[in-house]
Design a protein around this ligand. Structure first.
Ligand SMILES: [Zn+2]
Length: 273
């Protein structure tokens, strides 16, 4: 399926659209006949829900897509279930899942940019692009995206994996951190690794990227080689970090994230060495 992003719906619309409806952090699923799925319906009234906000997202194979949020107080709705967005990964087609990520980010933006950051005036939709315009001072604001780097550091046949106090699970993962204003991505990669585990790296190269709507990140993945120094954890972001070979990995993150893609890349390339 091909997705074409737009902030404005076409003049003529098909009878049904994909509706990505959220209640707090959970997404609404209806029974498609083949299990729970994103509802393909004429509108939210078909499910007897009344959204507090709605955003048009674009077309998925000529089918319109909408993001909507319903109030947390909305009671039991016949024939639907709610699931955390992350739990949806692998249970619905990837193309739909990717639009669900997009929907979550755009709803977050719509909710958090109701007032101008410059003067506090009420904002309104731009009407021509995915932006909001302040009704008082005229300032335009766009959806915020917070870039964060994520890096697999390789040393001979081992990968550096760390355990963080912030993780709610007991797994180990690659290092990550937010980009600071004025910093290049490569500078950010080197700084984060130095700050969190005290080692130097070299040969930083791009791996891939992933939107991460918790709530507004873009994860930018890199691979780098160990250059020197002893692992010394900062005990703030990271409480334990070690080198692991492909045959001796600890518990690692689930398939949904780019952190797992980096670890899978390492296993694929270093398991036979
Ligand atoms: Zn303003």
């Amino acid at each position: 399926m091909k997705f074409i992003s737009s902030s404005l719906p076409p003049a003529v619309l098909p009878d049904t659209a994909w509706w990505f409806i959220f209640k707090k952090d959970e997404i609404l699923l209806s029974d498609s006949g083949k299990g729970p799925c994103i509802p393909l319906i004429s509108g939210p009234e078909a499910l007897q829900v009344d959204p507090v906000r709605t955003q048009y997202l674009g077309l998925l194979d000529d089918r319109p897509c909408y993001a909507a949020e319903i109030g947390a107080q909305e009671g039991v709705i016949e024939g639907v279930t709610f699931q955390p967005l992350r739990a949806l990964f692998g249970t619905i087609p990837d193309d739909l899942f990717n639009v669900a990520f997009r929907a979550a980010m755009i709803l977050h933006w719509d909710k958090t940019q109701q007032f101008c950051g410059q003067c506090g005036g009420k904002t309104r939709p731009s009407g021509t692009e995915r932006a909001k315009v302040c009704g008082v001072c005229g300032a335009t604001s766009y959806p915020r995206i917070s870039p964060a780097i994520i890096v697999a550091v390789i040393n001979d046949r081992s990968i550096l994996l760390a355990h963080s106090n912030r993780f709610t699970h007991d797994f180990y993962s690659v290092l990550a951190g937010f980009v600071e204003p004025g910093e290049t991505l490569e500078e950010c990669v080197a700084r984060e690794v130095k700050e969190e585990v005290g080692i130097d790296i070299r040969n930083i190269r791009y791996f891939g990227s992933q939107p991460w709507p918790f709530p507004d990140s873009l994860m930018i993945g890199f691979i780098a080689d160990y250059a020197g120094g002893e692992i010394t954890v900062d005990n703030h972001e990271v409480c334990e970090a070690r080198w692991f070979t492909a045959s001796n990995l600890p518990k690692i993150p689930g398939k949904i994230s780019i952190s797992r893609q980096l670890i899978d890349w390492f296993v694929e390339n270093y398991s036979s060495l």
